[in-house]
Design a binder for this molecule. Sequence first.
Ligand SMILES: Nc1ncnc2c1ncn2[C@@H]1O[C@H](COP(=O)(O)OP(=O)(O)OP(=O)(O)O)[C@@H](O)[C@H]1O
Length: 262
Amino acid sequence: MAARIEVEDLRIDFPLYHGQSRSLKRSILAHATGKRRLQENEKHRLVVEALRAISFTLQPGERLALVGHNGAGKTTLLRALAGVYEPVAGSVRIQGSLNALLDPNQGMNPELTGRENVALRGRYHRMNREAVEALQEDVRSFAELGDFFDLPTRIYSSGMIIRLAFAMATAIRPQVLLMDEWFLAGDAAFREKARERLETMVRGADILVLSTHLNDIVRSWCTRVIWLEDGRVRMDGAVDEVMEVFAGKIDTPALFPEAVAS
Ligand SMILES: Nc1ncnc2c1ncn2[C@@H]1O[C@H](COP(=O)(O)OP(=O)(O)OP(=O)(O)O)[C@@H](O)[C@H]1O
C-alpha cells in the first residue's frame, strides 16, 4: 500500500477552563492580547486555538518540514498526525506504516530492562524470534548502554533513556516517519552518530514530516515546507521559496491578517 497523508480542514483546541464563572472567563478573554488564540468555544469553554483550517496532502517521496515560531502549532500538528490528539473538527488520514519520534518515553515500560523493552517493541511490530534478536543486537550496539541494557529502564539516567528510545525508534523503518526536532539534539558525542543513523532512516521512509528550527536540516532533508503561524498555514511550498520568506528576506501579506495582527 502506497504511503499517503491527507489532512482536511483540521482544527485542534485545548480546553483551558471548565468552570462556570462567566466573569473569570470574561476577564481572561479581555486580557488576552495580540493573537486572539484564547477563545470561548461553542460549549462556552475557554480554549487555546492550537490549529485552525489546516489542509494538505503528502504523497510518497515528499519530505515536509514544519517551521514556525514558538507556539505556532508544529508539535500539535505532529501529534495530531500520530493520532495522539483527536481533531475537534476536520480529519487526518494516514496510509502506510507509521513511526513517530515524538516522545522518548513513548511505549516504554519502566519495569522492564532495555533488552525486554526492545523485545516488546519487536513483538508489537509482529517480528519473529530471530528478527527480535537482531533488533535487540542492533539497539544494544547502537545505544552503548553497557550492563545497563539488562537492567530496568526506571533506573536509567535521562540521557540513557534518550539513547535507548532513539536506537529503538530508528531501528524499525516505517513508510511514514514523523519527527520532532529534539531527536536531532542530544549530547554532542551522540549527535553525529545519531544524525548518520537518522539520515539512513529518513532516506528510507516514503514520507517524512519533521518539525525543526534548523535551517540546514530543512534544506538538506526536505522537499517542501509548511510555515505555521498562530495555528494556521502561513505559507506552503518548495523549500527555497518558503525559507527565503520565513527568514525575513521577502515580505509577504498574511493569509489571515486578523490572526497575525497584534
Ligand atoms: N496541553 C496543552 N494545553 C493547553 N495549550 C496547549 C497545550 N499544548 C500546546 N498548547 C498551546 O497550543 C499552541 C501550539 O503549541 P505547540 O506546542 O504545538 O507549538 P510549537 O510550534 O510546537 O512550539 P515550540 O516551537 O515552542 O515547540 C500554543 O499556543 C500552546 O500554548
